[in-house]
Write a protein that binds this ligand. Sequence first.
Ligand code: HEM
Length: 447
Amino acid sequence: MSTIPLARVPSGSPLKPVPGDPGWPLIGNTLSSMRDPIGMMRGRYDRYGPVSWTSLFGLRMVQMLGPDANQFVLLNRDNLFSNHGGWDFFIGPFFHRGIMLLDFEEHRWHRRIMQQAFTKPALQGYLERMGPRIEDGLATWPDGPVKVLPRVKQLTLDLATDVFMGSELGPRAERINRAFVDTVRAGTALLRFPVPGLRWSRGLRGRRVLEALFRDAIPARRASHGSDLFSALCHATTEDGERFSDEDVVNHMIFLMMAAHDTTTITLSNLFYQLARHPEWQERLREESRALDKERLDFEDLEALGGITLAMKEALRLCAPVPSLPRRTVRDVEYQGYYIPSGTFLTVVPYFTHSMEEYWPDPERFDPERFSDRRREDKVHPFAWVPFGGGAHKCIGLHFADMQVKAILHQILLRWRWSVPAGYEMPVDTTSLPVPKDGLPVTLTPL
Ligand code: HEM
């Protein structure tokens, strides 16, 4: 396919147009990017270099590949890139005014307040709530063959219901769970308009249910002091006395539940997979957990689980749960001699960056030691390892995620040894966020 410039460069400008091609008529490169995103991007990187455009999801989309591009876009020094402009197209109707969809000064204002719900004492409170819930959840897992993905999904959803919303929701919890699942799934609907009974319209209804439930529950939360995230948002106040309105709390709650749920589920599933294929690592982690000599983790124990830290970093490298981060330019942009006009959709791609052999030796190998103090391969570039993004929108929940993954894996390591058949390779469904296509069947052997 011949190269076509993205846009005409203004006359007299020394810049080059972004090279690229639209791919197939109508569908562009959407299907190949869903089937084999890394192969597709590697092909384009080798052909065009780090900046090129193609047609994805019916849009002309510039792909900016590699750590330098990650740094330029995510640090966003001159406010050139809008998060709202990028994400709204994909998840706007369901995650309206979630913090990731806000920009610039308004985003900073909300982030300052939200930070109060992620302080050390707040995290300690969430961890205390998690311990018994994880025990209850794991008590329902059978020995023998299980599919990891649906089990872990249910567990993280149940945890979210308690840790995020507070168990006092009682009978309403079930309804919230259902509405929440519908809302999250809608973002990946293929038919992106409301047809009764299909994903999109179920998502819109789910969103309305969540809005009403949270809104009704706010007065009681503002009047009491629970250790759940919902209460924390209701009370979050900066030193200057800035606080969230009721509307803000509702929008942020809905977004936070989504941001936390699938990402943590994917990370745990990948850890399950890699630790099944690398029993020596599973054993090393188990020894660390046994050395703590307790069923439930306390906040002070998190640092002692250094093996999980390394394995989790490597699992996040091999499969970034948020594979690409969309943005839209709000002004004309100049990058590495290219001209990217105002209003352009673009994306940076952690999933691809993490697979680049230019930065990661033997990139397909599960090798957690690459993150050890002795090797620190991630130091090759400050934006080579970016599963949590970077800059002003860097994941606010990264310590929460670390804590939750450790709290769950610790209890699992003490209960079971798990395995996959020799030669098993997990097929990954990359049509939306990357999940095991077969649910990841493993065998749990009780200890
Ligand atoms: C391993 C698990 C997780 C991964 C890989 C992950 C990844 C990410 C990434 C890549 C972004 C940046 C998006 C962008 O720049 O466009 C992000 C933002 C965000 N994440 Fe996470 N996340 C995880 C867990 C969580 C958890 C547990 C929470 C909440 C408890 C959370 C809350 C958020 C929020 C609120 C934002 C938006 C921040 C902002 O725009 O200021 N995430 N996450």
